[in-house]
Write a protein that binds this ligand. Structure first.
Ligand code: IMP
Ligand code: MG
Length: 189
């Protein structure tokens, strides 16, 4: 698996230090609020698991999973909920937990969906942001790292469902996805 990685972009130590900082900030900002942490499956589960164990508050977790119709999913932007929240978020403080904001489409539609349920507040914590690829406005209130326009894997992020268990964020060698008929640009969850 390591031989498929061109470069370690963010080390395990760097990630853990950043997760500590984000959790401290969130613990201060949500004092006495009992937020609902909403993880976006599958990519965000590792980040959510680390983050929640450092948050010093009562909090609830829940998950959503998204899919999209059609092949050119990113540009059509037609999203479908594969797994909805179990929690009624009306009047709750919702904190969406994302692995990476890329085009911004996932976050845009998720925010629309959650806001329609009349929460007390909605904010976003994202481990990574790739602003160069944005197609629609989307912004994290709490952000780990900005990354360049490269396909990254590890710490929950996959290529073709592999590499999620790497403890760091790495850049995949282009020859790994070349010739597999599925350029990362067209991948969704
Ligand atoms: P969006 O383009 O902002 O809607 O991002 C959709 C999803 O694509 C993210 O939540 C990730 O799961 C996935 N994704 C985007 N960029 C990458 C990447 O570089 N590596 C792995 N997954 C990615
Ligand atoms: Mg994701």
């Amino acid at each position: 698996m390591m031989s498929d990685i061109k470069e370690v972009l963010i080390s395990e130590e760097q990630i853990q230090k950043k997760v500590d900082e984000l959790a401290d900030q969130i613990s201060r900002d949500y004092r006495d609020k009992h937020p609902v942490l909403v993880g976006v499956l599958n990519g965000a589960f590792v980040f959510l698991a680390d983050l929640m164990r450092r948050i010093d508050l009562d909090c609830t977790i829940d998950f959503v999973a998204w899919s999209s119709y059609g092949k050119d999913t990113s540009s059509s932007g037609v999203f479908r909920i594969m797994k909805d929240l179990e929690t009624n978020v009306e009047s709750r403080h919702v904190l969406i937990v994302e692995d990476i904001i890329d085009t911004g489409l996932t976050l845009h539609y998720l925010l629309d969906t959650i806001r329609a349920r009349k929460p007390a507040s909605v904010k976003v914590v994202a481990l990574l942001d790739k602003p160069s690829r944005r197609r629609i406005e989307a912004k994290a209130d709490y952000l780990g790292f900005q990354v360049p326009d490269a396909f990254v894997v590890g710490y929950g992020l996959d290529f073709a469902q592999v590499y999620r268990n790497l403890p760091f964020i790495g850049i995949l060698k282009p020859e790994i996805y070349a010739g597999r008929g599925t350029p990362p640009d067209e991948l969704e969850e």
